[in-house]
Ligand binder design. Sequence first.
Ligand SMILES: *Cc1c(COP(=O)(O)O)cnc(C)c1O
Length: 393
Amino acid sequence: MSQELDPITQAIRIRAPKTLQNEHSSPLYLTSSFTFDEAETMRAAFADENDENIYSRFSNPTVDEFVAKMCALEGCDDGFATSTGMSAIFSTFMGLLKSGDHLLCSSSVFGSTFTIVNKYLPRYGITCTLVPANDKEAWEAAVQPNTKMLYLETPTNPQLEVIDLEWAGQFCKKHNLIFNVDNCFATPLLQRPVDFGADIIVHSATKWIDGQGRVLGGIIVGRKDLIKEIYMFCRNTGPAMSPFNAWVLSKSLETLDVRMERHCANALKIAKTLQSNPNVSWVKYPFLEGHSQFDIAKKQMKAGGGVLCFEIKGGVVAGRKFLDALELLSVTANLGDSRSIASHPASTTHSKLTDEERASVGITPGLIRISAGLEKAEDVINDIVQALEKSLV
Ligand SMILES: *Cc1c(COP(=O)(O)O)cnc(C)c1O
C-alpha cells in the first residue's frame, strides 16, 4: 500500500509500531536499549540475522520512523539520522573516504563544512580541492586519478547561487565519483537530487525540517551500499540522533509541504518588494528573474526556497543599523523557522574577516540574509521597509 502513496502522504502516514495503548500520534520510544526474552534472539540480532533493535546508538523505532519518512521524500532506499547536520556531513566523509582519496568540493559551502574539508580531512590524508560553484571548466580541471567524491550544496548559503544538478550528476557519472549533495536549503519538497544522479543526500534537519527552531538534527539518505558503510561508521562512533529529537522532527515532516509553500511565497513577495526599494542595491532569490541561474533554478526546483538576500546601501554601518532597527524579525544564528530571521554576516558572523576575505566567500559589506517565516508577508515586509528607512547612512 505505502508503495503507491505519494511521498507527501507517506511523510504523514509512516509511523513507528503502535503500542498496546493504540495511540493515534506516534509513540516516543525514549529508551537507551532493548530487551531480549531469549539469548538466541540477542545472538541473532548481533549477528545481523534479524531486525531486532539492540541499542539506540544503532537504531531506535522513533528514529527509524523519521528516517523512513525522509527516504520516502528523497526517493532513497536507506538512511541514518544524526545529532546535527554537521555530524551527518562529517559521517559521509568518514564513512566513504580514506587516506589517499581526493574530494572535490564547491567553494560555496556551509562554514563548518569548509572547516572540515580544509582543516580536518587533510590531517588524515584526504585532500580537497575547492571549486567555484558554477565554473564547469574548473570542476573538470580539478579531477585527479584519486578523486572519489564530489560534494556540493545548492542553493548556496548565503549567496544563493544555484548549481546545475543535472550537469553535476553527469559529471560524477563520467568520472565515477560519489555525488554527495547538501539539500538543506531546498528540502526534498522543492528539489530531489536523486533525480539528477545524487548518491548521497545530507540535511541539517535543524532548519526547514524542524521549522520551528526547537531541536538540532541531521539526516543522511542515499544508495543502500554507501549508507551501509556510513551506518557502520556511525554505529561505532556514536553521532546518533536522540529519539526525542526524532519524534519532534518526524511530526514536523507532516507539515513540511504546506510550510514550504508559505515560506517560498513569502520569500518571493519580500524579494519582489525589495527590488524597487531605494535603499537596496540588489536582491537575490533563485526564482527572481535576473538571478544568474534563474533557468537552472526553474529546471530543478519547484519553488525558490525560503531564503533571499539583498545588499543594503551604506555597507557595514547600514547593515548594523538595519539589524538594530528591526522590530518584528528575529536577529539570530539560524534559518528555516516559522519566525522570519534577518542576519548581516559582515557585522556579526564574519566581522573578524577583512573586506577581501569576506569577498572571497561571497559576503559583501551590506549583505543581508532573510529567512522568510510563516507570518503574514505584509507584516514582515513592513518591518524590513521601516528598518531600511532607519538605516540610511
Ligand atoms: C545549518 C547548516 C548545516 C549544519 O547543520 P547543523 O544542524 O547546524 O549542524 C549544514 N549545511 C547547511 C546548508 C546549513 O544551513
